[in-house]
Design a protein around this ligand. Structure first.
Ligand code: ITT
Length: 200
């Protein structure tokens, strides 16, 4: 039987992208459609580690992912507030904020993984710029306004496989997969959540 990973997220777009990467590598991603308590903290790492603490222990190995869009000319905003900003002012609000400013941007992701060895964190980032206006129908969230460096298309104009090859999430999930391949996947049993390790 394929090793299982329980993925806690409310976002089906994340599940789809993670399934493509881990599924290809032989893992069975089980979606736990949960809104875990998400504290307002100043780094994605802290949010991911905190969220993992709220995962029921029998679901091991368990995974969460926290991500955000960081715009240096706005002091890193929306960053850790990306989900809230999207829900409130939306893409148009962000486009208004960057008008007349430098449009460089970076997507960052932190994947948190917990099993009986404790908590591991894996990071990924992709640089790009904010598009003049939304374009494309694929993906989710900020994809219609994010153009990765070296491309003319937004990530909403890419198929998920292409986005995964360059994206913050694709990079972080592949680091998790490499760690699993190196360290081995353990059979699910009661997890200890005593140690938090930043792997990359
Ligand atoms: P969780 O339940 O996993 O927390 P979420 O959608 O609330 O799902 P986050 O708290 O990590 O996700 O917030 C990240 C925000 O940034 C959210 O609004 C996403 O839509 C957006 N985002 C993250 N990765 C993205 C990507 O690859 N493309 C477009 N938008 C992305």
């Amino acid at each position: 039987m394929a090793p299982r990973v329980f993925f806690y997220t409310s976002n089906p777009g994340k599940v789809h992208e993670v399934e493509l990467v881990l599924g290809d590598l032989g893992y069975d991603v089980v979606w736990r459609k949960a809104e875990l308590i998400e504290p307002q903290m100043d780094s994605l790492e802290k949010v991911a580690a905190f969220k993992l603490m709220g995962v029921p222990e029998p679901d091991s190995p368990a995974m969460v992912e926290d991500s955000g869009l960081f715009i240096p000319s706005l002091g890193g905003f929306p960053g850790v507030y990306s989900a809230y900003v999207l829900r409130t002012v939306g893409l148009d609000g962000v486009l208004r904020l960057v008008r007349g400013k430098d449009r460089a941007a970076e997507f960052r992701a932190v994947v948190g993984f917990r099993d009986d060895r404790g908590v591991q964190l894996f990071t990924g980032a992709v640089r790009g710029r904010i598009a003049p206006s939304p374009r494309g129908k694929n993906g989710f969230g900020y994809d219609p306004i994010f153009i990765p460096t070296g491309y003319r298309r937004t990530t909403a104009e890419m198929a998920s496989e292409e986005k995964n090859r360059l994206s913050h999430r694709g990079i972080a999930v592949r680091k998790l997969a490499q760690w699993l391949a190196r360290e081995g996947t353990r059979p699910p049993r009661r997890a200890r959540t005593t140690s938090v390790r930043n792997v990359a």
